[in-house]
Design a protein around this ligand. Sequence first.
Ligand SMILES: Cc1cc2nc3c(=O)[nH]c(=O)nc-3n(C[C@H](O)[C@H](O)[C@H](O)COP(=O)(O)OP(=O)(O)OC[C@H]3O[C@@H](n4cnc5c(N)ncnc54)[C@H](O)[C@@H]3O)c2cc1C
Length: 369
Amino acid sequence: MDTTRIDTAVIGAGVVGLATARAIARGGRSVCVLERDSRPGRGTSTRNSQVIHAGLYYPANSVKAKDCVDGARMLYEFCSTHGVPYARCGKLVIAADVTEIPALEALQSRGRDNGVEGLEIVDRGFIRAREPHVSAAAALYSPHTGIVDAERLIAALYRECSEMGVIVLLGTPLVGMTEVTDGLELATSSERIHVRSVVNAAGLYADEVSALLGGDEVTIYPCRGEYAELVPTKRSLINGLVYPLPDRSGHSLGVHATRTIHGNVTFGPTVRFQTGKDDYESDRLPLKYFLEHARPLLPELTLDDLRLGASGIRPKLHPPGSSFADFRIERDGRCARLVQAVGIESPGLTACLAIGARVAKLVEGVPSD
Ligand SMILES: Cc1cc2nc3c(=O)[nH]c(=O)nc-3n(C[C@H](O)[C@H](O)[C@H](O)COP(=O)(O)OP(=O)(O)OC[C@H]3O[C@@H](n4cnc5c(N)ncnc54)[C@H](O)[C@@H]3O)c2cc1C
């Protein structure tokens, strides 16, 4: 078996892996991406709400807050120059009654601290003009929240990587690693690749990949998010993005309504920790669950208006009992040539380009021999 020499290998061709490969290649280094699936982006990257978040929710100074705000700006720019369908449609976070208005104000203030621009508290008249079917006492309006076509984003990142000479090896899982004097030798099912540095962007499987690379222990807590959607004849009930106040457990932004770039309207995602990493369908929540959670926003909704939609799995870094873990993007403590980009749950789609730039800087710091 021949050994190929390359500067950096990225494990995983989701949005994070591809955006990272792009950022490293722009710095002039040779890069390859190993992806075990036969196509890029079929993990969490295409199983999500496809919302470009503005950065309202995350604690000040967290990596999530910074990379969401920077990443949203970078993503809008990337989409407009690379022909990726997107819309800066704005979003409403709803106060069901006046007692929830202080919570909206707290969210506004957190968003401002994070550098989110244009946030304002709006009244019923504003809400009615945008969303005539939604029930609300007031709302926080975020004009820079948007939607994107995740599949087309993956395709554009993949195309750009290929044009820059990044070698993307599809159907090629990382299966092992040996340390050699001047780098690491990565083993796939068909070849050996000698690298100076390696990036773990393996999403739900980042724990296994870290172990294969001799890195720090990573524990992933898979957490399923399920969706229901409006039947086509009822899609006019929602025009844009309508969210309740975030779930008090801190696990999710609450079951919200999203009009996607394709015009369908989803409700979700729900929050349920599970053990399996590829079980998207067993024991699905019934439509009644979505009806209960969506009705406070949309009182005229009936069970007949809903059908089950897709689901995705978050690679959380914390168990059900706790509520927040930041993205873990750092040089590994055990393996000096490894950079971890793990625990990339929401807003990872929004933040992917900022994460890529952050990882590329860390890769620069990996010793050359
Ligand atoms: C329900 C849900 C809703 C969400 N909504 C939003 C949203 O609206 N906005 C937002 O910004 N973010 C959202 N997110 C988060 C966003 O989807 C993720 O942060 C992002 O997709 C993570 O991308 P990734 O590249 O890290 O992971 P993935 O897309 O999972 O990519 C990891 C890749 O690694 C590959 N891999 C694994 N093991 C190996 C191996 N041994 N060798 C080679 N390859 C391997 C996998 O096949 C996979 O392709 C949501 C997530 C969920 C689950």
